[in-house]
Design a protein around this ligand. Sequence first.
Ligand code: PRP
Ligand code: URA
Length: 209
Amino acid sequence: MGTLTICDHPLIQHKLTYIRDKDTKTKDFRELVDEIATMMAYEITRDLPLETISVTTPIVEAPSNVISGRMLGVIPILRAGLGMVEGMLKLIPAAKVGHIGLFRNPETLQPVEYYVNLPADATERLLIVVDPMLATGGSANAAIASLKSRGCTQIKLMCLIAAPEGVAAVQQAHPDVDIYLASLDSHLNDHGYIVPGLGDAGDRMFGTK
Ligand code: PRP
Ligand code: URA
């Protein structure tokens, strides 16, 4: 079973409160999601392997650590995942970015895939799938399955808010995938929205509806 990490740093929790607030405007919502993504990127890269090289300081030549060539990819699930990309790239600027377009059919809640575009060397990279919301888990599961069907094997999932139902669905379908969240919320309502959640992440990010 993959690990489940709740990124409970006070700064993340503080900013999360303001993106939940229905009165937070689009501009502030975007900025806060960007900032939280940067802080979560710090957590999700915590176990990157290091190697020791030699560095010459003004004083002496000494062994020192650098990240040992692990190549990363950030894979936003469109639309709302786009809002997390820039924040992540602030910490991992050499990462490549692939896109998976999915939307939930509002009646069936089933994900519909409409676009996939990945880095040519995606199969060699550690891929971090990003989406603010993990509700039923249908979209994340479909995105991860889409990556696996193209030969990708090293995959992590990073979401801001999840319902227990979504976490369980991903853990069951993809037990090899580690999940990183800012909050594990209470439950899903009858319309498949996370409670308390933040509403529709895509609409709040882009000012639609
Ligand atoms: C939202 C959200 C996730 C998905 C989560 O996207 O950004 O991708 O719902 O729900 P699930 O876990 O039940 O699949 P939405 O389908 O609203 O598309 P959008 O980002 O284009 O608005
Ligand atoms: N998608 C959203 O944007 N919000 C939810 O609460 C559930 C799915």
